[in-house]
Each structure stands twice: as structure tokens, then as C-alpha cells.
Write a protein that binds this ligand. Sequence first.
Ligand code: PMP
Length: 451
Amino acid sequence: DLAGAPDAGFAPDARSAPNDLAPYWMPFSANRAFKADPRLFVAADGMYYTTADGRQVLDAMAGLWCVNAGHNQPRIVRAIQDQAARMDYVSSFQMSHPAAFVLAERIANLAPAGLDRVFFTNSGSEAVDTALKIARAYHKVRGDANRVKLIGRAKAYHGMGFGGLSVAGIPRHRRDFGPLLGDVDHLPHTHDLAHNAFSRGQPAWGAHLADELENIVQIHDASTIAAVIVEPVTGSGGVLPPPVGYLERLREICTRHGILLIFDEVITGFGRLGAPFASNALGVTPDMITCAKGMTNGAVPMGGVIASTAVYDAFMTGPEAAVELMHGYTYSGHPLACAAGLATIETYEQEGLFDRGPEICAAWEEAVHQLKGAPQVRDIRNIGLLAAIELESRDGAPGARAGETVNRCFDDGVLVRVAGDNLVLSPPLIITPDQMGQVVDTIRTALGEVA
Ligand code: PMP
């Protein structure tokens, strides 16, 4: 009985304290530790969060690598509100709404030439699983049903679905979940401090590591391999920019053997490298791009696969009444997400975030490398508006020093993230030089205190 219910049940005041923290099983969190000392955020604007205890925190993570244009952008807020009032939902199976087509066209226009077909999902994990399924089905429709093997890479993060987990390469993520997809192999990662410590942008050393793909192809035979998936810049595995020439070699080997190349651009897509996609910024075009996060500036869950015309066309040769790809989600192309996506692209363009990218990224590189020589810093890596500050591992407690540093930064008003022994940074693209300075100074102070 809606009429009789207390208002608070329907419009809870975001600032009111919850009575009981126990029922919410939080993802990727130490639930007991969190609930003993909860960290709650109640508002966000531009570069800042407001915490429940009224503090302003500078967001050096763009939420979780997603709020690329800064928080609560008015154009995006209005677009979501307007769409919610006009039409809440329509199925995307055998029907649709205009904004889904307009958004697909806008995204195709941003992506490198030849990547022109957009399949909508609700997250990066779904985008990855979708791309892996498309890869297998693509070979099957072309009469190559033996091509089922999927090649990922060590240190990769591709979301939490069984498919993404299978091709990913962060051991502790896989540990508890039993057998994953078979028919998977992994390339080596490109992290190498002996050759590349403190390099700026793409490291000079390591293109030859891509040649390991040639060995994998020899072992399994090209006729069994469907696709290779890599993040063009490894993100959650510790921000590892690709060595100069590395992605080009992967592209060449895949093309030569008829293997599809998938770039997981869930982090690097929509401006993170100062261009719409890493593929544009780095000049290497895969057969499919997976994206999410910055697609809606984090405001509504959405992901997608941008596929080449050639991949799409392979599915379009059967009977016209047939469903070409037996795949999709209830909320694929959700009206609210499409409205947010369109307003997000407009915001990036109006604010010049793609055009100003190279200038902001150069200032960022200068800023983060000022931490060279700070206590315990063994490497600094950067590309676009991403960076990792890698710390010496404390004996027997990997990640502990980074964890303590990040907590001190938070207490000092800057939100930074941990990935293993790395402090990782991924601020909104609207960050100013002064704010870059604040991030660096806060980290330097925190490192001094932890040391
Ligand atoms: N791929 C990459 C490269 C990611 O960084 C992430 C999320 N951090 C995902 C996939 C999964 O995205 P989601 O959490 O939206 O499922």
C-alpha cells in the first residue's frame, strides 16, 4: 500500500545514517573491516566527493576509472531525468527506441575507421563475455567451428564473468571459483622494472614480448584459435602501458593467422588517453573494442562491444528472418543509459576533453614523475590520464604499504586506489594543474608518514 507507507521508505534521505550495515554484502570489499569503520559518500560535484561526515575529498580515481568528465555534469543529469520522465523502459529484443540507434552511430563515429557496429551491454564484464562469444560465433558462421580457443594475458582484468575471468590473469581473482573456461591460454605480461623503470608513456623495451603469441599459435595451431584479448593499457593489474611496437606486433600476428584481436577498452575508452579510444591514441585497430565506464561518465550502468563491419557482416548472410546472434540482455541499450551516453559524448565534446587531452596528459606526466625519489617508490608509470606509483613490497605483506598510503591520502582528502603494491591514479579529465599538485603533494606526505 504505497499511500500508507512512510515517505522515508520511498525517498530515503541520502544523508541519513543506515540503522544496520549487515544486510548489504559489499562487492570486492573486506565487509567486516568496512562495517567497523564505514566510509560513506553522500554527494559529488566536479572533482570532489562529500563524505557523510561532511569532508570534501578530491577524486583522483574518477570514481572507479569511469567519471571522466567529473561528477554530476548538469547535461548528463538533465538527460537522465528527462528520459526517466518520458519512457522508463523498452525491451531491446525485436524492438527498440531511437536514442539507441543515435548513440550507436555517435560511438561508431568516435571509434577508429572500420569499427562501426555497436552491441550494448550493462557493464564491462558483460561486454567482455559478449565479445568472446561473438568471436567464437563469428568463426562458426564462417564455417570455422574449430576456432574456439581464447588467448588472454597475465595481469589482465576483464571483469568478473566466467568468460572474462578465464582470459584474465590476476591469480587471486580466479582462486576460489573452480574450473574456468577450457581452451584458454595466456600471453606473458609486459611489466619489467629491469628495463623500463620510470619510463614515461609507452616504454621503449618489450615489443618482442608480443612474439610469444607466435609460439602460442604454433603450440595450439592457428586453426583452433578464435581470438586474442588484451587491455591496450593494463589497468587493474597496475597500469602497464604497452611497449612501443607491441600492439602493432599482436595485430600483425593475429591478422596473419585469421585470429580476431579484441581490445578491452573498459578503462581506456572515452577519453582516458586523451582520445576517444586507446585504439585511436595508439594507432592500432582491433577487430572489436569492449567498453563501459566512461561511456556514460559512470552515471548509469552501460557497456558495449564495438565490432568491425567485417565481423558484423559475417552474421548477416543467413535467412533474413533468423536471429543472427543468440545473445543479449534485458537492459541492453536501456533508455536511461542511452540518454546518459548521448549526453556524455556531448559533454566530452563541448568541454573539449578529447581535444585538450594531449595537453592535460603532458601536465599529468610531469606531475606524477615528481614523486621519483619519494620514500619506497620503485617505479612510476603513466600514459594518458593514468598513472601507477609502484612501491617496494613489504616482506610478507604485499600491498600493505600501498594500502596504508591510500588510507592516509583519504584522511588527507584525496581518493587514490591500491592495485597490489601500486597506488593507481585515474582522475577526471577536468583536473586542473593545482589539483594535480594537490594529489602529488598528498601522496608524497603520506609516503613519508608510512615510511
Ligand atoms: N575490463 C576492464 C579492463 C576493466 O577494467 C573492468 C572493470 N574495472 C572490466 C572489464 C569489468 O567492468 P565491470 O566492472 O563494469 O563489469
